[in-house]
Design a protein around this ligand. Structure first.
Ligand code: PMP
Length: 355
């Protein structure tokens, strides 16, 4: 830390991203990436010409992409804003609605970045503990005072809220903005995008990083009323108008138009998750009911830490958070079927079960 850093940042605890190992031999199941490549159409648009235009700035409005997203969700183009990953959209939302002493309520545990953004933007964070069985209790989110931010499905549990509960939260907070982070929505839960027709206090955030296999392209987006979207664009154009590069704009627009590939890959992941969950349960694990592309699981015989290290020694990388109330658990991304088979094999070894 230099002597020039402002005092307010000196105690900031940055987000710790999951490890991105250089060792290619590792089976990487730690950051909820999609094991399948992006849509071949996304690769094709990049190689067919977009690279040769890189001397030009990208369209600051990313119109090709906002139009494609709006079409997909039956919205108007002015109801969609894009960001450099949904992390940036979250950052814009904190800046716009929850900075400098305003209240923001979110579940705890949830996506770790919420707390970091609350710190950097000096929000008054109100973490709301999960129930003992690690669920969001919708009753605790009624009639609050301040912005509400909920990941649905929640991370790292993978447990989804049903739409009735979400609607009750939105309806009972008509003076508050309710932000639903749907990063994992395409793996089994129901999106609350249709509520945008009915409520002007709802902002839905999604990403191309998971179900669209484009984590490396960094594309996220928000959907909401034209007024909310214009707020986010006001922040974006005051911060970084060219937040999405040319390649990512084209790749994401092509990806969202490739419905067949999207359906095929997400269904495969869902199917693999169900088989894998069953296998883990047969080995005595508690596995939370996941609607995401990962499962959150604990063994009755190995501590979370032992399991994490045991897998790591066998070249399998999963995510271990090591804090209460989730220190017994590890989060395992759903990879290819063969990755999960290797993980089950390693787990049997660790449990001394052989084969
Ligand atoms: N929200 C949640 C709940 C997440 O788990 C993540 C990914 N770690 C993000 C948002 C951010 O994803 P990205 O910036 O890649 O869109």
């Amino acid at each position: 830390m230099s002597r020039f850093l402002k005092k307010q940042y000196q105690n900031l605890e940055p987000y710790t991203p999951g490890e991105q190992p250089k060792n290619q031999k590792l089976i990487k199941l730690n950051t909820n990436e999609n094991p399948f490549g992006p849509s071949p159409r996304a690769a094709a648009v990049i190689s067919s010409g977009e690279v040769s235009k890189l001397m030009l700035y990208p369209d600051p409005e990313a119109s090709e992409l906002t139009t494609a997203i709006a079409q997909y969700y039956n919205l108007e183009k002015e109801q969609v804003a894009v960001g450099n990953g949904s992390d940036e959209i979250l950052a814009f939302s904190f800046m716009a609605y929850a900075s400098e002493g305003s209240n923001i309520w979110f579940p705890d545990p949830s996506y770790g970045f919420y707390k970091v953004y609350a710190d950097i933007y000096r929000s008054k964070a109100g973490p709301i503990p999960l129930t003992e069985d690690l669920r969001i209790d919708p009753k605790k989110y009624k009639n609050l005072n301040g912005t509400i931010l909920i990941a649905n499905p929640n991370a790292p549990t993978g447990i989804a809220l049903n739409l009735n509960d979400i609607e009750d939260i939105i309806a009972s907070n008509s003076s508050n903005l309710v932000i639903i982070d749907e990063a994992y929505i395409d793996f089994g839960a129901k999106s609350c995008v249709p509520f945008l027709q009915k409520y002007d206090n709802l902002l839905v955030i999604q990403t191309f990083s998971k179900s669209r296999s484009l984590a490396g392209a960094r594309v996220g987006f928000a959907m909401g009323s034209k007024e909310l979207i214009s707020d986010l664009n006001r922040i974006k154009f005051s911060f970084n108008p060219y937040n999405l590069n040319r390649l990512s704009i084209s790749a994401a627009a092509a990806a969202i138009r490739d419905e067949a590939y999207f359906q095929q890959t997400r269904q495969t992941i869902i199917k693999t998750r169900e088989t894998f969950t069953k296998q883990l349960k047969e080995l005595g694990f508690t596995v939370l009911p996941s609607s995401a592309n990962f499962v959150f699981a604990k063994s009755s015989r190995l501590s979370g830490e032992e399991y994490f290290h045991g897998l790591r020694e066998r070249n399998i990388l999963v995510r271990y958070f090591g804090k209460e109330p989730i220190s017994d658990y590890v989060r395992i991304t759903i990879g290819r079927e063969e990755d999960m088979e290797q993980l089950i094999f390693a787990t049997k070894e660790l449990l001394g079960k052989g084969n």
